[in-house]
Write a protein that binds this ligand. Structure first.
Ligand code: MIG
Length: 638
């Protein structure tokens, strides 16, 4: 059962779209009204697990930490980092009672979960204006399913978005892109898309293309598509102040930008220099900005990533040119308090609705892409809120080439799925820093299971394309694995999306009575049949795996798949750098295909079934149709 409780005068977020009954007096939390907000408190049992909070650090069980929902661009993803790029205020208490709580407010929320030995969950909602949704069910998984059913279906990416993508901040010209594509071709490593970072634009002006670097994007993108490779350009939130540029001119003329204290467009510096921020809280602004993407879709583009949409600010008309990027917290907060949105003629202080900005930029793009093109599109955003999953996926921002962030990538997946975000992935290999061959191979072996599988890297770092490393055949094997498991991954993703389910589940969701399984964070269930058990440590070829039931162990290497029986309990596996080992649950099947050098070569109809199950329900379609329903499921028998 889900019930909604309203406090104060909350700003509508459209996060929950199904009708929900309203209640009057909730008893789950005790409540303390303070001067600047409301504190919700609840005692935790000793062994209670607390799940949720989407894109946050630290792990699947959120106990022991403090998390601040306030979308932030900061690349130093330390383990105790309170805020990242998205805010996903859903938590799930798995104690004697199974309770889900969604604190639906675009303002700052602080979750202290058994922080400083409090033995309590303390949630402070700044401003005190919110809708609190409470769900109670028999099981943690049941609570999750109920929450997912009220926030709406995940965005459905095309099949090619499940291929492997290469990206780098620093690719400048058409030649750079061609070189990358050739590198992959020569090494025989599959590739489906290459991302264009900010340098494809003319002076970082949104919806422009630098003519010297890309003289004819339309024919270039067509030629690439011919080879099975798509181009995926970045779009930044800030619109350069550039008289003569249509986006700028129209935005000023129609009053489509956020305004400062004097009611003039607010000016803040980002990559293009001084910019204005589109006021995505206004529906007509969303429609206008979203339709701008057609400038690129008309040139054959059907995938985008939305960046800098926290929004990130270097400095503004109110704050001094910062020495450091991004602007430090003090200045950022000052800026966020000094610009405004206009909703139904009323001025709304940005600070109070801060966490909606990236979500509504994604909604702007997604709604119009949906209307303007006759097939599915790829879209992923850096900043998000619950609800943005209906329009696009996310990537988890500027991580680094370190083992801790590889682990973090894995731990974030079920938490994101719990908040509706199914299409997600991290910068494989790490954004900042220099990846080693070993780290990149292990990371690819993990990303092979995440819907977004993209190698991305920061300007100035070592070249991180797979073919730049020695013995490229190992990369061919690991990336090639993704293309062979794709019939399963695609099918499980689409079924999860169509039935409001999770793709990545903690073991505890399916084995709630197994004490050992409840504590495991470095193994995950992926879809209904598979358990992933990646190697996450440097220099290790062996790792321990816990099997909550008898399973089929599957090893993949250049020879292909080999299966063996594995017994319930603890086992040690050896996984070489050019191998992947995973498990199939008892009585289940995993369809695998023949692979290919891109998704266009994949035949979803031709699969072999691994595992000891009897039937598998495979979702399949042409990868582009918008007509996605469960009628596209066929039953395979073994
Ligand atoms: O301030 O566009 O997270 O993926 O490569 C950096 C350049 C701006 C941040 C994104 C990153 C991207 C980079 N961007």
């Amino acid at each position: 059962m889900i019930v909604k409780y309203t406090f104060g005068n909350p700003f509508p977020t459209d996060a929950v779209i199904a009708p929900v009954n309203e209640g009057e007096n909730q008893t789950v939390f005790s409540l303390r009204r303070e001067k600047d907000g409301i504190l919700f408190e609840r005692a935790l049992q000793a062994d209670e697990i607390v799940y949720g909070l989407g894109e946050t650090m630290r792990g699947i069980n959120k106990r022991g930490g403090r998390y601040v929902s306030f979308n932030t661009d900061d690349m130093h993803h330390r383990e105790d980092m309170p805020s990242l790029y998205g805010s996903h205020n859903f938590i799930l208490f798995d104690g004697e009672r199974k309770i889900g709580a969604f604190f639906d407010t675009p303002a700052c929320v602080t979750f202290s979960i058994d922080f400083e030995k409090s033995g309590k969950a303390e949630i402070f909602c700044e401003g005190g204006n919110l809708n609190l949704y409470l769900i109670e069910s028999e099981s943690a998984y049941g609570v999750a399913r109920e929450f997912l059913s009220v926030i709406g279906r995940s965005f459905l990416p095309p099949l090619w978005a499940f291929g492997f993508g290469q990206s780098r901040w620093g690719y400048k010209t058409q030649k750079d892109i061609q070189r990358v594509v050739r590198g992959y071709e020569k090494a025989g490593i599959p590739l489906d898309y290459v991302c264009l970072d900010i340098d494809y634009m003319d002076r970082f002006i949104d919806f422009t293309v630098n003519k010297k670097r890309f003289p004819d994007l339309k024919s270039f993108s067509a030629a690439m598509k011919e080879k099975g490779v798509r181009l995926v350009p970045i779009i930044d939130a800030g619109v350069k102040i550039e008289p003569g540029d249509p986006t700028y001119d129209e935005g000023v003329e129609k009053g489509y930008f956020c305004v400062n204290e004097e009611g003039k467009p607010f000016a803040a510096a980002v990559w293009p220099g001084m910019t204005h921020f589109p006021d995505f809280l206004q529906p007509q602004v969303r429609e206008w900005f979203g339709n701008k993407y057609a400038i690129l879709t008309d040139q054959g583009i059907d995938g985008f990533w939305n960046d800098m949409n926290e929004p990130s600010i270097f400095h503004s008309e109110y704050t001094p040119r910062s020495q450091k990027y991004p602007a430090n917290e003090k200045y950022r907060e000052r800026d966020y308090k000094r610009f405004f949105h206009t909703v139904d003629g009323k001025k709304i202080r940005h600070y109070d609705v801060h966490n909606l900005y990236g979500y509504l930029m994604t909604r702007a793009a997604g709604e119009q892409l949906q209307r303007n093109i006759d097939h599915r599109y790829l879209l992923f955003t850096r900043s998000s809120y619950i609800g943005s999953h209906r329009y696009g996926g996310i990537w988890t921002g500027d991580n680094a080439s370190c083992w801790e962030h590889l682990r973090q990538n894995m731990l974030q997946m079920p938490s994101l799925n719990l908040c509706g975000i199914l299409y997600a992935g991290a910068d494989t290999g790490g954004f900042g820093g220099n990846a080693t061959r070993e780290l990149l191979l292990r990371w690819l072996a993990l990303s092979a299971f995440t819907p977004l599988m993209r190698n991305h890297c920061m300007i100035g770092m070592r070249r991180q394309e797979c073919y730049r490393f020695s013995r490229a055949e190992d990369f061919k094997t690991i990336v090639g694995f993704r293309y062979r498991i794709l019939p399963y991954l695609y099918s499980e993703f689409m079924k999860a999306a169509l039935t409001n389910d999770m793709l990545f589940k903690p073991l505890s969701f399916l084995f709630p009575d197994d004490e050992r399984a409840r504590g495991i964070e470095d193994q995950l269930l992926v879809g209904d049949s598979l358990m992933m058990t990646p190697v996450l440590e440097k220099g290790k070829k062996k790792r321990t795996v816990y099997l909550p039931e008898d399973m089929t162990m599957v090893r993949y290497n250049r020879e292909g798949f080999s299966c063996s029986q594995a017994q319930k309990g603890e086992t040690t596996i050896t996984v070489n750098l050019n191998e992947i080992v995973f498990f199939i649950r008892k009585g289940k099947l995993v369809p695998v295909g023949n692979g290919g050098k891109n998704t266009a070569e994949i035949d979803l109809n031709e699969v072999a079934l691994l595992g000891d199950g009897k039937i598998y329900e495979q979702y399949l379609d042409d990868g582009l149709t918008k007509d996605c329903t469960l009628k596209n499921v066929r039953v395979l028998k073994k």
